[in-house]
Design a protein around this ligand. Sequence first.
Ligand code: ADP
Ligand code: PEP
Ligand code: K
Ligand code: MG
Length: 561
Amino acid sequence: MSGSFRCSISLSPLHSNEFPRIPVTKPRIHVPVPKPMTVALSKVVSPLRVAAPGVMIEAAGLEVDRVTEAELKENGFRSTRKTKIVCTIGPRTCEFEEIEALAVGGMNVARVNMCHGTREWHRDVIRRVRQLNEEKGFAVAVMMDTEGSEIHMDDLNDVESTKAEDGQIWTFTVRAFDQPSRPERTITVNYDGFAEDVKVGDELLVDGGMVTFVVIEKIGPDVICRCTDPGLLLPRANLTFWRNGSLVRERNAMLPTISSKDWLDIDFGIEEGVDFIAVSFVKSAEVIKTLKSYIIDRSPGSQIGIIAKIESIDSLKNLEEIIQVSDGTMVARGDLGAQIPLEQVPLVQHEVIQLCRQLNKPVIVASQLLESMIEYPIPTRAEVADVSEAVGQQADALMLSSESAMGQYPEKALAVLRCVSLRIEKCRREEKHWDVTDLRIVSSSKLDEISEEICNTTSRMANKLKADAIFVYTKTGQTASLLSRNRPDCPIFAFAPSTSIQRCLNLKWGLIPFRLDFSDDMESNLNRTFSLLKARAMIKSGDLIIVVSDVMQSIQAIKVP
Ligand SMILES: Nc1ncnc2c1ncn2[C@@H]1O[C@H](COP(=O)(O)OP(=O)(O)O)[C@@H](O)[C@H]1O
Ligand SMILES: C=C(OP(=O)(O)O)C(=O)O
Ligand SMILES: [K+]
Ligand SMILES: [Mg+2]
């Protein structure tokens, strides 16, 4: 567990003058944030570069995300960032140059949320990410997040927001209206059965309590409510009913996790070749299994990873089975906080992170990490502490939602995540939290168990010998994942034969994924990798490398010749 951090959270003052000072009118702290990746991409010179600047070098046979390469050179091997970053792409960041700015700032995964926007809009975004990868040498993975079928408000007929005042009477209804005929203070709800379980006296929470109403009357399809906590109603905000302090969820429990619209979105995602599908409001392991076999049928050999979003109260009962069958998990604190008491959210976060580590699955911590940065150029102290906690817990990845989708400072928010990650990771290394905790055995065969033990030993060896890097040659990504799970001090260079595995590995803690064709002859693989990496100034003679592969069950400790 993160324990206490003795180091102070002082961020590098290096670039402080490049960031705005606290405006006197806003009671915010000034956290100096380093400027976005200072290494200009054009300066990432490789002697092997054969293509025009800005183009990934394929002739060399070794492909790595150019920003990772730059970070590696700038921060040094051991201090390179281990925590990955997912950015939600929205109206503020959907143009090619805006996505590029996020990629330059260290985005590892771009997320599109099918709750919002049209399929055409998402298609354009996904294609821009792909184009960026191809033309400019990034390895940004794409995650498609399903809408799910929980109860939410409609899109307010394109109004940005609407204010509910204390004591006002509002109607929530399943009737749909065209804009001109929409009665005042009337909200359309997406699900026909939503009113069935509601009783007079129930509380209606919008977005987990941003606005609260009490039900005063039910008339056919209309639920009439009085506002008790005023606030802004935002498009597609989720709705939950509470009675005597408990969630009313009979109806929700009957809604399918994957709606018919979600299935169409999933088909779209498969067609567009997304790397991950994040499934909203997962309740049990069954739905993940069903989706996985559906994808295998639709697209045999597909590498699409399924991420289970932990955000429904029902998922908590089945946590271990859900994590076990998924390819990763997201602690989706936004909706989770609307379904369980807020004070339990950090406990669930901690539990999910621990379980994912035990079960060898990547975990993303999501929602409200830097919420104030939607409006302000600097985070609050509490937000910095929250990010530090997630990094200290060694989550694989952190996620930006509104901060990058529609906030005013997406690149600065990204810079804060990067900078806090680096600082807290350094702390943990200095504190020597070497993992003596017994990780469970996750392998199902003796052969796999041997690989697993090799990975555990490799990580221990790398820490003890203060190795500069671990190299892993991995055909499926499994061995790389088992190494990442150990959270070693040095980076793990993972060489994989396909760009899709390379992108999938980009979500995992401490992995630096390369695309490389390799053979079963480890000696020739190594010689080739050493010369390619040396030529790009990514390693030098004398560096200590611990090498493993899923081809050969051995560990080698090698000084780079
Ligand atoms: N494709 C999109 N089109 C329009 N707005 C979007 C889009 N994606 C995200 N947004 C905006 O960014 C906000 C944050 O995104 P996200 O966290 O993914 O959604 P939500 O707030 O619904 O959980 C959304 O509430 C919405 O206002
Ligand atoms: C990440 C989440 O899901 P979404 O943004 O899709 O609601 C969340 O609820 O925290
Ligand atoms: K969603
Ligand atoms: Mg959610």
